[in-house]
Write a protein that binds this ligand. Structure first.
Ligand SMILES: [Cu+2]
Length: 111
């Protein structure tokens, strides 16, 4: 019993800490409409971890994807999803909609 307690307590503390950090992160939002990202250029601060929410207003699924940012996330029709990003260095990071690459293109402007 004593061994179990000494093992689980640090794990629970770590979980509580990561939850608190995630809750306090700044949030930025992209909207997908007619298979186009709005805005197509999103400014975010350098050196900060943040939550990027992607809301899909279309009736078909999309996948937020970025090779530059090493992320891909399915966003169901009329739904939101999110990814955690950063801290990022200043620069431009392209993203796209994997299912509609002809039109769904954008970039993060990190400064
Ligand atoms: Cu993909």
């Amino acid at each position: 019993m004593r061994r179990v307690l000494s093992f689980t307590a640090p794990v629970l503390l770590a979980l509580a800490a990561s939850t608190a950090v995630a809750r306090d992160l700044p949030e930025y939002k992209l909207v997908i409409k007619n298979h186009i990202y709005q805005p197509s250029e999103l400014k975010v601060p350098a050196g900060v971890k943040f939550k990027l929410i992607v809301h899909n207003e279309d009736a078909t699924p999309e996948e937020f994807e970025s090779t530059d940012l090493n992320r891909e996330k399915i966003v169901l029709p009329n739904s939101s999803s999110f990814v955690y990003l950063g801290p990022l260095r200043a620069g431009h990071y392209k993203f796209f909609g994997d299912f509609h690459q002809d039109t769904a293109q954008g970039r993060l402007i990190v400064e």
